[in-house]
Every structure is written in structure tokens, then in C-alpha cells.
Write a protein that binds this ligand. Sequence first.
Ligand code: CP
Length: 317
Amino acid sequence: MRSFVGRDIISLKDFERHEFERIFEVADKLAPIARNRKNVDLLKEKVMVTAFYQPSTRTRLAHETAMLRLGGKVTGFSDAKMTRAGDFYMESIKDTFKMLENYGDVIVMRHFQKGAPKEAAKWVSVPIINGGDGWGEHPTQILTDLYTIYKEKGHLDGLKWVAVGDMRMRTMHSLGHALTQFDCPITFISPKDMELPDEYREDFKRNGLNFTEGDDVRTVIADADVILVEPVVQPDYTKSRDERDGDVALTPPEFQITKELLETKAKSDAVLLHSLPRMDEIPPDVDQTRWARYWKEGHNGVVMRMALLALVLGAEE
Ligand code: CP
């Protein structure tokens, strides 16, 4: 197996099945630290830099908490406007990251341009973790989703997935790549103008993903073991910031998971995931149902980042 030490985590396209399994193993080992709200000194000699060019609640703070729980230090920025990349100089990725590599041992970045983490990785000697790049990928979120399902069901093979939302979303691309490594048929449900981009559709076909596409979750939810939801009422992920201006549209019923839909059509033991933030595609009264696992994902998101940091920084082989 390729070592994780020093490795960039940019895309799940290049992940092999046993590498997912190894990450889950390390996550299981480190989970009690987060569960018991303890801090240890596994990474006490290490510093993590966060470079976030787009807003984030979960991805940045889960990485920071993970690093702190493992005894490491954290520095970085969450608003590029307060750096030279976001003012008059518009400092390039190359110039910015050639500085950042001096400030820490691993860099977690989120950027509005697809491919920005790959570009950054070209110029630095420390590992880059992609915390979401434009309409590209979001590998650490999907690792969290898969780990959540693995913990809930005890296995991944044989589970049928339905993914609902905007298929331009970076999570959907990482999900498709990841499921090529498992026996997990998936149906992607989206509005016509938010279908899978050809590039990903072709990749998924080439790499043997068993997938179909549709436009109404109500027609397919009965077969699903896992229902993964993203908004169809979305900001523009290619912008550094997309302020809401005026009212936004409501989610059409074809892309909404209501309590009634779950109670009348879903499998009793199906698992409902959402990476969050949400709009109205999952109304709040679903939160208390037995299907919802998105709050649990908040905890698993910290555990998953602990595992990744321990692996890429060499504390776990
Ligand atoms: N799931 C996720 O990426 O959330 P944030 O945008 O808050 O990081």
C-alpha cells in the first residue's frame, strides 16, 4: 500500500479500496480521544496551516479541532481578503503557498477555483489537504460520509445509494470516485440544469461505477440504504463569497426529503446524510427521525480529520 506520509489529499479519484479501509482503521483507533473530549500529544511537534479562501464552518473547524485534540498547533487565515492574496497584490497561489510551507507541516485549503489545491501542491514540500475546491472535489467530507456509513452499517459493499442535489457540487464528484472502489450502486437525482458534468460522468463510467441518473427522488427512495442530500438552492461555488441578495427559491418536492416521504417510502433502516449547510431540502422536523445522521457526522468529521492528519504527518504508518 502506498504510504500516506507526506501525501497530498486532493482527490478521491486516486484512492484505492484498502486505503479507505486503512483510514477507517486509524479513525477507529483515534475516535475515543474525540469521544472523551481528551487531548493527547501525538502531533505535539507539528503545526497545521489553514488557508481558506471561501467560507466554512465545519471543514476548517473540524480540521483545527482534530489538530488540537492530537496536541498540534494551528495557524492560518479564514478570510483571504485580509491577506495579500485578497488585496491589491492578488498574490498568486505559487507565491502564497511558497510562504505558507514555512509556517507549518501540513496545509488545509479551501478555494473557489477548481484545481487550486493541485496547483498549490506543485510548489510546496508539505502535504496539502483539499477542504473543497470550487466545483471540483471535497475529499475529507466524503471520507466522513463513508466512515459514518461504515460505522452505522458495519460495511459498505452491497449498500444502494441515492444522492440528491446539485451534481456540480464537489461532494458528488468525490462520492462517485470513492464508490468505484465498493460494490455500491448509486442513483444521482438532480434538476436538468444541475446534472453531472460530462467530465465526471465519463470518469465514473471508465472506472466502473454502477450509476444511473434521475430527476425525482420520490421514485427511487424506496430502494435506498443511504440517502445523501445536498441543496439545489445554492450559492455560486466559483466565487470567494456569494452574499444572499433578496429571497431565494424553495426546493421543489422532487429534491426534498420530508418526514412524510421518509415515513411512507424509505426503508426503515436507511441512513440520511447531509454535509450541511442546508436550505429547505431537509426540513427541521426530519432531524428527530431515526433516519437522520447528519449531526453524528459532525463528530465523525473531527475523527476523520484526526486520522488523516495522523497519517499524512507520519504519526500512523
Ligand atoms: N460540509 C462542509 O463542507 O461544510 P462547511 O462549508 O461549513 O465547511
